[in-house]
Design a protein around this ligand. Sequence first.
Ligand code: ADP
Length: 254
Amino acid sequence: IKKIVIKIGSNTLSNEDGTINKEFLNKLTFQVSKLREMDKQVIIVSSGAIISGVCSIGKWSRKEDIHYKQALSSIGQVELMNAYLNAFSKYDLRIGQVLLTREDFLDDYRTLNIRNTLFTLVDEGIIPIVNENDTICVEEIKIGDNDTLSALTTNLFSADLLVLLSDIDGVYDKSPKEYNDAVMIETVTNIDELLNNITIGKENYFGTGGIATKIEAAKKVNKYGIPMILANGKKENILIDLLEGKAKSTLFLP
Ligand code: ADP
């Protein structure tokens, strides 16, 4: 495994009050620096712009107003990148911001251009940080969630692995937050069968996709022969442990 796309969920990136979890970011950037030393190429897909925006201006009063939401993402994206910039600079790593929309994946010419840009960034030793361009995308024309965006990015980058870091260890037969006796599924080779055997519970407050879009993301990358891992981003050293086969997670194999 050489090329890895890592997706960070909102609930992993932020504290309960909506501020960016700096401790998590430091752990993440430390691990990414280790991966770079191991000669891995890393792309990060990060949520968290809207939460950061809410936090930055201290309110979310017009929840239903699309333009207000778009404005929040514009404010928050800067905060988000600033947090990444600071966290990565401790390890002498530089980042590049890549904001994408659904159309970027529908037009071959645009797709090819983005692919070349990503390759160029990575070749230069830069860590691309990808997010959906929420400021210019209204709901109807959106990719909509970063699980899907990370799957599309994984296929675009021809990565060897997609890792979704969430706030749970993996996929369970029912929501682990609602049921204590939920059983985790470690390996999935047949996604349709999985969907027949589990129930999907409530979504987190800040989460957009929930578990359903994560399973769909697995479907998308598996179709291209790429495996996906869903794991708990809050765990110490999770990325390195995953690569060494030492961490609890759900592995989706093509
Ligand atoms: P993220 O912010 O990382 O994208 P989400 O909040 O969107 O995460 O989705 C993960 C959440 O999905 C978990 O925290 C859990 O509460 C919920 N969930 C619902 N059903 C399941 C299930 N069967 N297995 C695992 N998690 C589930």
